[in-house]
Design a protein around this ligand. Structure first.
Ligand code: CA
Length: 241
C-alpha cells in the first residue's frame, strides 16, 4: 500500500448513506487512500457529525430514510460551504439543477466504481485546498492582480487594460461570472441571469457566447485563460487568470 499524501491524510470525509454495504465499501476505499471517514446512515446522525467534526467533504445519498439529502445540503451549506458530492441511485430522478444550485460539487450515480469516487474526492479536495490558498493570498494583497475592470456606468469591461468590444449578452455573461469569481455556474443559471428576456434560446447559446468571449479575450492576450469549463457542470471565471 502506498503512503497517503500529506494533504489528503488530514482530510475528513463524511459518508451519509443508509445502505450499509455501500457505506462500508466507500469507507474502506477512502480510508486506504489516507482519508479519515465518518459514517451516518440517517440525516439526523449526519447533522451531529457535520456540526461536531467539521468534515472537509461530504458524500451525500439523496434518498435517506429520514429525509432528503437535498434538505440536509440546503441546511448546512447555509452555515458553511463544504464540498458535497451527491450519491444517487440509477433510475432515481436526480434534480441536477437543484443539486448545483445548492452548491453541490458533483454527483455520482450508483452503482459506481470505487476508483471513480476516490478520484473525484481527491480532485475536489485538491481544488478546495487550492481555492483556500488563493483566498488567503488574496487576503494578503486585497487589491489582487485582477485582470478585469468593470465600468458599470458606461457598460464597459476592460481586460488587461484594453477595452473589450462586447455585445449586450457577452457583457451580461462576463459580468455575471465576474460577480462571483470561482463559482461554478450551470448553463441553466446563466440562461436565467443573462438571457432572462430572450426567446428561443437554449443552453447552446451559453456555449456559443463563451466561445466568442474567449476569442475576444485571446485577441487581447494569450497569457491567461480566465474562463474555466467544468465538464458536465458549467463555467466559472478566475479573474486573476
Ligand atoms: Ca438511500
Amino acid at each position: 500500500m502506498t503512503k497517503p499524501a500529506a494533504a489528503s491524510a488530514l482530510a475528513t470525509v463524511l459518508i451519509v448513506e443508509d445502505e450499509p454495504a455501500i457505506a462500508e465499501a466507500l469507507a474502506v476505499a477512502l480510508y486506504r487512500e489516507g482519508y479519515r471517514c465518518l459514517r451516518a446512515g440517517l440525516g439526523r446522525e449526519a447533522r451531529v457529525l457535520f456540526r461536531d467534526d467539521q468534515p472537509d467533504l461530504v458524500l451525500l445519498d439523496v434518498g435517506l430514510p429520514d429525509g432528503s439529502g437535498f434538505d440536509l445540503c440546503r441546511e448546512w451549506l447555509a452555515a458553511a460551504k463544504v464540498p458535497t458530492v451527491f450519491l444517487t441511485a440509477r433510475g432515481e430522478e436526480f434534480d441536477r439543477v437543484l443539486g448545483l444550485e445548492l452548491g453541490a460539487d458533483d454527483y455520482i450515480v450508483k452503482p459506481f466504481s470505487l476508483r471513480e469516487v476516490v478520484a473525484r474526492v481527491r480532485a475536489i479536495l485538491r481544488r478546495a485546498s487550492r481555492a483556500r490558498e488563493r483566498a488567503s493570498s488574496d487576503e494578503q494583497t486585497p487589491e489582487g492582480p485582477a485582470l478585469f475592470r468593470i465600468d458599470e456606468t458606461r457598460v464597459r469591461i476592460e481586460y488587461c487594460g484594453a477595452r473589450l468590444e462586447l455585445t449586450r449578452y457577452e457583457f451580461g455573461l462576463l459580468r455575471a461570472l465576474l460577480a462571483h469569481p470561482q463559482r461554478v455556474f450551470s448553463r441553466a443559471e446563466l440562461m436565467d441571469r443573462v438571457w432572462a428576456d430572450a426567446l428561443d434560446t437554449g443552453e447552446r447559446t451559453v456555449d456559443a457566447h463563451v466561445k466568442m468571449l474567449r476569442a475576444k479575450l485571446r485577441a487581447i492576450t494569450l497569457e491567461h485563460e480566465p474562463i474555466v469549463t467544468h465538464r458536465g457542470l458549467g463555467y466559472s471565471i478566475d479573474p486573476c487568470g
